[in-house]
Ligand binder design. Structure first.
Ligand code: 8Y7
Length: 299
């Protein structure tokens, strides 16, 4: 490979994200904070809340750039959580973590949760349905929050993630995201607020589609200069399990490899469970990238 062929992606556009303006000289790490009873052994509201707070503090100490708070398990096929229950899980955590100097993301597709989360101080809304629920765009329009627009195959009204049928998974995902970005532009939302995500595992054939999307990650986003920030979430998903042959808790190393691959393909943000390990791996990748840039300068 000649020096000129060494792959390097342009730095994505900065992301306006509530109180923060995120820049992407290196990929940022979003730590996953799930507040769902099924992720806790003995249940109970107090235990659930205390556990979530401790986990958030751990991730901040480990260097997470963003905390993604989710009050409903958005695993494909998971049962929906009532609005009140989701609010009770998410809002107190936002209020509690608001003083820490870290951007707070909320993983929700419900317009009412978006509004309440923003009022409580959330900086970013991460919507797996790509702001397709009636009222979702209106709920975020007047705010300065960042938005993560994710691709999912299917219709939010029926909540059915159908058996996927793509002409070409890469261009189908890109066309979908182009449509969502255009809808947001029509609503007057600044492009500086938008990040995009191909939605690994959401209506994709486990190996074929997910790895095609990873290999050509930068092509899944609407094409722009500078590029839209791309978020990639593969941590512990079945696309990792299918390759390493291990259950979710044992997919850490596989997930880190996927995060590094995403960085190499231009990801701006990686959404992960294992913050400390992912940051170490990305530092090694960044050192290689720096050497690549240096060798080009001497061409
Ligand atoms: C993703 C996500 C999940 C993802 C974005 C899981 C909430 C499933 N996956 N949000 N959420 N991207 N933006 O296994 O890939 O973490 S939930």
């Amino acid at each position: 490979m000649s020096k000129a062929e060494l792959p390097l992606f342009p730095v994505p556009a900065p992301l306006q994200c509530g109180r923060f303006k995120l820049t992407f000289e290196r990929p940022l790490v979003m730590g996953i904070l799930n507040i769902t009873p099924d992720s806790f052994s003995d249940g109970g509201k107090y235990a659930m809340y205390g556990d979530a707070l401790r986990q958030a503090e751990r991730m901040m100490l480990d260097g997470a750039d963003i905390i993604d708070i989710g009050g409903e398990s958005t695993r494909p096929g998971a049962p929906p959580v009532p609005l009140d229950e989701e609010l009770q899980r998410v809002i107190p955590l936002i209020e509690q973590l608001h003083g820490a100097n870290v951007p707070l993301s909320v993983d929700t597709y419900k317009p009412e949760v978006m509004r309440r989360a923003l009022a409580a101080g959330a900086d970013l809304i991460n919507d797996i349905w790509g702001f397709r629920m009636p009222g979702a765009i209106e709920a975020v329009r007047e705010s300065a929050c960042g938005l993560c627009v994710m691709h999912m195959y299917g219709e939010p009204q029926t909540m059915q993630i159908a058996e996927p049928a793509y002409d070409d998974v890469i261009s189908d995902v890109r066309h979908f995201l182009e449509g969502r970005v255009e809808a947001m532009k029509q609503a007057g939302i600044a492009r500086e607020r938008i990040s995009v995500d191909p939605g690994f595992g959401f209506g994709k054939a486990v190996v074929e589609h997910n790895y095609a999307l990873l290999a050509r990650l930068s092509e899944t986003a609407p094409q722009a200069e500078p590029p839209f920030p791309i978020l990639a979430g593969m941590s512990r998903k079945s696309m990792i399990g299918a390759v390493v042959g291990r259950p979710a808790p044992e997919r850490v190393a596989g997930s880190i490899a996927a995060a590094v691959c995403a960085a190499e393909r231009g990801a701006a943000i990686v959404r992960v469970h294992d913050v400390a390990q992912t940051i170490d791996a990305l530092k090694v990748w960044a050192a290689m990238r720096e050497a690549t840039i240096q060798s080009r300068a001497h061409d």
